[in-house]
Design a protein around this ligand. Structure first.
Ligand SMILES: C[S@@+](CC[C@H](N)C(=O)[O-])C[C@H]1O[C@@H](n2cnc3c(N)ncnc32)[C@H](O)[C@@H]1O
Length: 275
C-alpha cells in the first residue's frame, strides 16, 4: 500500500505548482474575493456561513478557502506536503482563516481534533482511496450529531469509458469502454503524464486508483450510520473527463448535442448524522 500511496502523492505534489497558476483553478478569483464553487455544488450545498467544515483531500485549499470566504470555519486535510504548504500560503496571502493539516485520510483520527457541522469532499477524491467503508466511517466520526456529509464526484459509471480520443463518443454512436465498474482490492495502475487542469507534463507518470461502484458507496455511508437526504446523478462534470465532452455553461462539461441517451457523468449526495 505504501508504494501506491507514495506514487500518488508524488503525482499530486507535482501538480500543485501548475494548478496555482492554471486558469482552470481560478485562484485569482479567490484573491479578488469573488470565487464561486462549481454550479452543481453551489446549488446543492446551501449557506455555509457560520458552519464548521472539514474538507477531506483539500488539495491546495482553493475550495476550502472559498468556503471560508463565504463565512465557514474551515479545516482542510491532504496528504500532499506541497499542497498543504500552498494552502497555508494562500490563506496568509488572502487573509482568510483556515487550518490546513498534512496527512493521510485514513490517519485523520490522529490528526484532526473535534467534530464538524459539515464534512465536505468533492471532485476526484475516493478514486485515490482503497477502502470505501473505512472512508465513510471516518467521515461519520467527524460529524456532530445533526451534521452532514456532502459529496460530489465523477459518477462510477462514467469511469468505465475509454478515454482515448474518439473511442467513446455516444453522439456518433461509439460507446468504447476500457475500465471496470466493480471494485477490486488491487488498484488500477494508470499511466498518464498529463493534467486535467493545465498542460503540465508530470515526471510521475503512474498512479494507482480504485473503483467504487454506487452500491458500495451508498452501503458504506448507510453502514456508517448516516441518513441519505438526496443522491443526484448529473449528465455534467467539472472537468473534461473524456475528449468527446463539450463545455456546458461555465465550469461544467457534458455530452455533445445529439447524444441519446445522455448517461450520468457525476454524482452528488448529502447524508446526515442523526441528531
Ligand atoms: C483531485 S484532488 C481534489 C481536489 C479537490 N476537489 C479540491 O478541493 O481542490 C485529489 C486530492 O486528494 C489528495 N489525496 C489523494 N490520496 C489521499 C490520501 N490517501 N489522503 C489524503 N489526501 C489524499 C491529493 O493530494 C489531492 O490533493
Amino acid at each position: 500500500m505504501d508504494a501506491f500511496r507514495a506514487a500518488n502523492r508524488a503525482k499530486w505534489d507535482e501538480l500543485v505548482q501548475p494548478h496555482l497558476t492554471s486558469g482552470f483553478c481560478s485562484v485569482d478569483a479567490l484573491r479578488e474575493g469573488h470565487r464561486r464553487l462549481d454550479p452543481i455544488v453551489e446549488r446543492e450545498l446551501g449557506d455555509v456561513a457560520g458552519l464548521s467544515v472539514l474538507h477531506f483531500q483539500c488539495h491546495f485549499g482553493l475550495d476550502t478557502l472559498t468556503l471560508a470566504q463565504q463565512g465557514a470555519r474551515v479545516t482542510g486535510l491532504d496528504f500532499s506536503a506541497r499542497a498543504i504548504g500552498a494552502a497555508r500560503s494562500l490563506a496568509a496571502e488572502t487573509g482568510l482563516n483556515g487550518t490546513f493539516i498534512e496527512g493521510d485520510l485514513y490517519a485523520a483520527h490522529d490528526l484532526v481534533d473535534g467534530t464538524f457541522d459539515l464534512v465536505f469532499t468533492t471532485w476526484g477524491t475516493i478514486c485515490w482511496l482503497p477502502d470505501i467503508a473505512g472512508w465513510a466511517m471516518i467521515a461519520a466520526r467527524f460529524l456532530k450529531p445533526g451534521g452532514r456529509l456532502y459529496f460530489a464526484d465523477c459518477h462510477p459509471m462514467a469511469y468505465i469509458w475509454d478515454d482515448a480520443a474518439g473511442a467513446c463518443n455516444p453522439a456518433a454512436g461509439r460507446y468504447g469502454t476500457k475500465y471496470p465498474y466493480f471494485h477490486s482490492a488491487e488498484p488500477l495502475a494508470l499511466d498518464d503524464a498529463g493534467d486535467y487542469a493545465s498542460d503540465h507534463v508530470t515526471e510521475q507518470v503512474r498512479t494507482y486508483e480504485w473503483v467504487h461502484p454506487i452500491g458500495d458507496i451508498v452501503t458504506a455511508v448507510a453502514a456508517a450510520g448516516l441518513r441519505f437526504e438526496f443522491l443526484h446523478e448529473h449528465p455534467w462534470i467539472t472537468w473534461a473527463l473524456l475528449p468527446s465532452l463539450v463545455p456546458h455553461g461555465e465550469h461544467l462539461f457534458g455530452w455533445p448535442d445529439g447524444t441519446n441517451p445522455e448517461l450520468p457523468l457525476s454524482l452528488s449526495f448529502q447524508a446526515r448524522r442523526p441528531g
